[in-house]
Design a protein around this ligand. Structure first.
Ligand SMILES: *Cc1c(COP(=O)(O)O)cnc(C)c1O
Length: 289
């Protein structure tokens, strides 16, 4: 099923300030396993299956695209799933649409305090988890691990390696951009637009790949993860109207805001061929946009 879908990703051409840009519409690969999450889950689900697991466990915030995608994919592949969700206070509130959807796809939800959630990568916490849930295959937050990176190398086709000078993507945990970097030709540049403030991601990604044909900017994070500005929301509205491509405010909106700004600043040569990865995430789109 994964292979069939990945071969049919549509491209859409748009013109921004005279630049021809191709948008690779991963948001269209699957209605529920959206965008890059599909590629990040692929080899994890196959490994869980091969190792005989029947249950999956993963982590996320209340609006997590990864939680929504994993819930659906787990059900499709016949796994039980458990989502560990940041924010104990959410347990006593009606579920938002992400969590409601995850539950509808059979995911069991467990709410933990923000304090406990912060330690989710510590070895003590993971050891405890292994003890509490011995028969669960654990997928880290945002789905990023070596198998996820392997899956994300498949986002780029052979043609994509030949046809473009610059590849742009949104960055959260960095798994997707690492896969793109690994799959890129060394003549190509990969430019990541971080959804989070800070340059810790560049440090992390340097540990994951030996290639150096990439860069990450947090200049368009609009103040930090899940933060928005009136300018960003207006940009998304205008972009959607002009090109008929839906965006959301956490990742893809910030990426295209940044790319448009860089183009306007004259950051790229006129004949630069640009590929933009639309990583999906539309389940988390603000209804108010
Ligand atoms: C999760 C997500 C990202 C970030 O991917 P990472 O591999 O965590 O960097 C980017 N765009 C969208 C739409 C996402 O849902």
């Amino acid at each position: 099923m994964f292979d069939q879908i990945a071969q049919t990703i549509p491209y859409q051409q748009i013109t921004v300030e005279g630049f021809e840009i191709s948008i690779k519409r991963l948001d269209l690969v699957h209605p529920h396993i959206s965008g890059n999450k599909f590629f990040k889950l692929k080899y994890n689900l196959l490994a869980a299956q091969q190792q005989g697991y029947k249950k999956l466990l993963t982590f996320g915030g209340a609006y997590s695209n990864h939680i929504a995608a994993t819930a659906y994919a787990a059900q499709l592949f016949g796994f039980e799933s458990l989502g560990i969700i940041r924010g104990e206070e959410l347990a006593s509130k009606p579920l938002n649409s992400t969590l409601h959807t995850a539950q509808r796809f059979g995911m069991q939800l467990q709410f933990v305090t923000r304090e406990a959630y912060r330690h989710k990568q510590s070895s003590a916490y993971l050891a405890q988890l292994q003890q509490d849930y011995p028969d669960y295959y654990v997928i880290p937050e945002g789905g990023t691990n070596a198998l996820a990176i392997q899956g994300c190398t498949e986002i780029l086709s052979d043609e994509d390696q030949q046809n473009y000078d610059l590849i742009c993507c949104a960055v959260g945990t960095g798994g997707t951009i690492t896969g793109l970097i690994e799959a890129s030709h060394s003549q190509q540049q990969v430019l990541g637009f971080s959804a989070l403030k800070g340059d810790f991601l560049s440090t992390e990604i340097k540990q994951l790949t030996r290639k150096r044909n990439w860069q990450i900017t947090d200049q368009y994070c609009c103040g930090g993860y899940a933060k928005t500005t009136p300018e960003l929301l207006q940009f998304i509205q205008d972009f959607e109207q002009q090109y008929d491509i839906p965006l959301e405010q956490i990742y893809t909106g910030k990426m295209l805001l940044g790319l448009t700004d860089l183009i306007q600043q004259g950051a790229f040569p006129r004949d630069h061929r640009i590929l933009v990865i639309h990583s999906g995430g539309l389940q988390g789109r603000l209804a108010a946009l």
